[in-house]
Design a protein around this ligand. Structure first.
Ligand code: FHN
Length: 408
């Protein structure tokens, strides 16, 4: 068992060093445009829902564009819904024709095209897979999966679904798309410990380095890293254990034509920095349209975030949980080796000073990563190594117009 942990340690490094990934919720539900729970919310019978496939033709889908948007935003991996709760496979599957290649006029396999483009641009490709909830294959082990609007309970067999669809599809995803960074499981309510272990072993059998998130099971201690709740930023980090927050840009995961409730770029960056300072990853979501386009407001947000990442990436990639894993009112701290990065946010700024107690290392030099917004050089006279000392920064007049990262 010890070797397994060491092996996972090696394969988890790319994940923790990446810090930032793109979540993509894309499926048949984009054709309705009311996000990914529409079939359940509107209690659409399976036979009615299947008819949508005949109209789904995302002819503007362009893998190169999607991967470029992620890369320019500073994202290092992409997690895309291979199959969400509606049971529609966004890839060619031999298990049944309810998939994008066999049931739509599109007839292409977007996951294959994304795999090729991610290899070209150097991003890790990962797959989201809803392994328990599946409204196209109702069964009775999950309260959100018994489709009582559509099926009689006795028609449902979990193990028929599990053995005939889930395990073969996971095998297809791990043997036909090259190296996969993560299988991102979701909503495992009702799954037994034995079946949880079985699916973990299946993933590791085909790709030992493919990571599994904790949502693979509702039982404790499953997965190579911890998935936090949706949009959840924990009070504290998890020490050396890797974790990730899935976050929406607006309020929806799948495309919702009415949802223009986007978070401000500044609030997203503040959340990012807080997550990174606690040793976590951010998986930031886009919900492409039925034509295969990432919504323009999402692209614009990601461009702004990319500009910040381009300037401050040194204070993000490869950093570890801060020795000060709590939130300061002025921002947050990330650390890498002997460097400490102060991410100072203007709207908490007073013209007073920041006093940070508890540094346990010599401060040799304070310099700015990004364009100096300071009217006075940082005061360095307080920089005396006294075991614990206070880094006393004086910033006067105009506060910085955006985050700055200071390397000390
Ligand atoms: O039910 C899903 C939801 O549709 C979405 O995929 C999120 C993403 O984390 N996961 C579940 C709710 O937590």
């Amino acid at each position: 068992m010890q070797e397994q942990i060491v092996e996972n340690k090696k394969s988890i490094d790319w994940f923790t060093e990446s810090r930032f990934g793109m979540f993509i919720h894309w499926g048949l539900y984009a054709a309705i445009g009311k996000s990914e729970w529409t079939m359940y919310g509107q209690k659409i019978p399976v036979k009615e829902y299947e008819k949508i496939a005949a109209t789904f033709n995302p002819k503007r889908f362009n893998a190169k564009e999607w991967v470029s948007v992620a890369k320019e935003a500073g994202m290092k991996y992409i997690v895309i819904t291979a199959k969400h709760h509606d049971g529609f496979a966004m890839f060619k599957s031999e298990t049944e024709p309810f998939n994008i290649v066999d049931s739509t006029p599109f007839e292409r396999d977007p996951l294959k095209e994304l795999a090729e483009e991610c290899a070209i641009q150097g991003l890790k490709l990962c797959f989201y897979y809803s392994h328990v909830i599946d409204w196209h294959h109702p069964h009775s082990i999950h309260e959100h999966c018994n489709n009582t609007w559509d099926y009689q309970l006795e028609e449902k067999s979990f193990y028929n679904y599990w053995n005939r669809l889930v395990k073969p599809q996971i095998t297809e995803l791990l043997t036909q798309y090259g190296p996969i960074g993560i299988i991102w499981f979701d909503t495992a309510g009702g799954l037994s410990k034995k079946d949880s272990e079985e699916i973990v072993q299946l993933v590791k059998k085909y790709q030992p380095d493919c990571l599994i998130n904790s949502r693979v099971s509702h039982w404790p201690n499953f997965g190579d890293y911890q998935s936090k709740g949706d949009n959840e930023i924990p009070m504290y980090g998890e020490g050396t254990k890797a974790w990730e927050t899935p976050m929406t840009l607006n309020k929806s995961w799948g495309y919702n034509e009415q949802d223009d409730n986007y978070k401000t770029t500044e609030s997203i960056i503040r959340k990012m920095v807080t997550i990174f300072s606690k040793g976590g990853n951010l998986l930031l979501n886009v919900g492409p349209t039925s034509l295969g386009e990432i919504p323009i407001p999402s692209v614009e947000k990601l461009k702004e975030i990319g500009a910040w990442m381009n300037e401050n990436g040194e204070a993000v990639y490869g950093t570890k949980e801060s020795p000060f894993p709590y939130e300061f009112d002025w921002g947050a701290i990330t650390v890498k080796g002997k460097k400490v990065y102060l991410h100072i946010q203007n709207n908490k700024w007073s013209t007073g000073s920041i006093r940070i107690n508890g540094f346990k290392s010599k401060v040799k030099k304070v310099y700015l990563l990004s364009e100096p917004h300071l009217n006075v050089p940082f005061e360095q006279n307080s920089v005396e190594f006294v075991g614990l000392y206070n880094l006393h920064l004086n910033l006067q007049n105009e506060p910085p117009s955006e985050f700055i990262s200071v390397v000390v």
